[in-house]
Design a protein around this ligand. Structure first.
Ligand SMILES: [Zn+2]
Length: 100
């Protein structure tokens, strides 16, 4: 969610991991596969754990994978777990259903 991105920041998005940990995206281990794709991993990956991505964000120029239908501010998001979007500035929250 670099570049122009959606009007929501990484620190507004919470997700969970298989290991049971709950964290914000700005705490994640992040790998930019290329300009059009950013992959988020559990913070535990830093210590050699949790190898599965928790969220993948792709630019819309990239053809989405079959089943990847969450379109979000022009980005395509694949999330194996529910994502909670909590926007402090607007004091509102919503849930992005899991979309593995
Ligand atoms: Zn984990």
């Amino acid at each position: 969610m670099r570049k122009e991105g959606p009007p929501i920041e990484e620190g507004d998005l919470w997700t969970a991991c298989r290991c049971g940990r709950l964290f914000r995206l700005d705490e994640c281990w992040v790998e930019d596969a290329d300009e059009q794709q950013t992959v988020y991993y559990c913070p535990s990956r830093k210590r050699g754990g949790c190898v599965d991505p928790v969220l993948i964000v792709s630019g819309n120029e990239r053809t989405p994978q079959p089943g990847a239908v969450s379109s979000f501010g022009g980005w395509v998001i694949r999330n194996p777990f529910e994502v909670i979007i909590f926007t402090r500035r607007r004091n509102s929250w919503s849930i992005l259903p899991a979309n593995p």
